[in-house]
Design a binder for this molecule. Structure first.
Ligand code: TYM
Length: 332
């Protein structure tokens, strides 16, 4: 079985973007792959996190993943900071990656904005740690949203340069699995911006713990244009907000943009938005309820994470030990 690795930052409540672009796609992969899923708390602190809040959000993120259907009997679910192999390999990779490669990362530019002198060094080397996350397990498939494409290319560049420099075929090639009609969910306020946990406006996103009323209200207020929905795909060109809502509907209804337009073409947003809100509530409410139930017994969630970390370390430790040997670190 091919090995899957993916991660999510506990830097806030998971959004609809995280759910449709990643979390939901992780579930069926458990049937066909050996899956390792990680709450990447080390990545989260590349931007400031209040300590007490980080701890709470980390446990809540794990509960949300379990509630979505990550099954700890079949998959490994764990916290990145509990497996030391990640940082060990990340340091080696920092010495393999070139500054010029990191300078090209668009996500760093987006997150740093005009503030490049005053963001953390960790934000800059973020994708190097991400490469280490994946390659510490020699995972070959990585299910992520569309925004992670460039980071996966960088991970492949690092693996190749390591193999070349040390004259080995040690690290495998990585393939991104970018799945479904909502691999890039956009902000509800601005169809040109990605929906994000860290957007200052809560109106820009649906959170997985939003109430039915919040969801209905956010969808009602979501930015759109005055035209009715088109019947064909070409009609979505130049209409990013309409495309976004149709993509969300398609993902939730397990279909694609074209069939949503076949059903809804010619109708206005006054009809489409309430149907979309109903669909969102029907899909998200059971997940939020299950996450709340799991959090009522945090000992269970913590035990899953503890066992997950042990199982993860059992895979990563020997791989990273071998990478260290290849580098020439003396083992006494
Ligand atoms: P994070 O927490 O920012 O996002 C977690 C996952 O959600 C996807 N995603 C989206 N998909 C569609 N539309 C959106 N608006 C949207 N926003 C987020 C992301 O693509 C991601 O799949 N760097 C990773 C975390 C990470 C990781 C890894 C992933 C750390 N190490 C190793 C894979 C393998 C991230 O973006 O987290």
């Amino acid at each position: 079985m091919q090995r899957i690795f993916s991660g999510i930052q506990p830097s806030g409540v998971p959004t609809l973007g995280n759910y449709l672009g990643a979390m939901r796609n992780w579930v069926p992969l458990q049937d066909t792959h050996d899956c390792i899923y990680c709450v990447v708390d080390l990545h989260a602190i590349t931007q400031w996190q209040e300590p007490a809040q980080l701890a709470t959000q980390t446990r809540e993120m794990a509960a949300s993943l379990l509630a979505c259907g990550i099954d700890p009997r079949r998959s490994i679910l764990f916290l990145q900071s509990q497996v030391a192999a990640h940082v060990r390999l990340a340091w080696i990779f920092e010495c393999v990656a070139r500054l010029g490669w990191l300078n090209r990362m668009t996500q760093f530019k987006d997150k740093a904005g005009r503030n490049t002198e005053n963001v953390s060094a960790g934000l800059y080397t973020y994708p190097v740690l991400m490469a280490a996350d994946i390659l510490a397990y020699k995972a070959t498939r990585v299910p992520v949203g569309d925004d992670q494409r460039q980071h996966l290319e960088l991970a492949n560049d690092i693996a190749q340069k390591f193999n070349h420099d040390y004259g080995t075929e040690f690290f495998p090639a990585i393939e991104g699995l970018i799945m479904g009609p909502a691999a890039r969910v956009m902000s509800l306020r601005d169809g040109s911006k990605k929906m994000s946990k860290s957007d200052p406006s809560d109106q820009s996103r649906i959170n997985l713990n939003d109430s039915a009323d919040d969801i209905a209200q956010k969808i009602r207020r979501a930015k759109t244009d005055p035209e009715p929905l088109p019947s064909e795909l070409q009609g979505l060109e130049g209409r990013p907000e309409a495309r976004n809502l149709v993509g969300i509907y398609a993902a939730l209804a397990d279909t694609d943009h074209a069939s949503v337009l076949r059903e809804w073409g010619g109708q206005g947003f006054a009809a489409f938005k309430p149907a979309l809100a109903d669909l969102l509530v029907a899909k998200l409410e059971p997940i939020a309820m299950e996450a709340r139930r799991l959090l009522a017994d945090s000992a269970y969630v913590d035990q899953v994470l503890r066992e997950g970390a042990e199982r993860a370390a059992a895979i990563a430790d020997p791989i990273v030990a071998e990478a260290m040997r290849l580098v020439g670190f003396l083992k006494t």
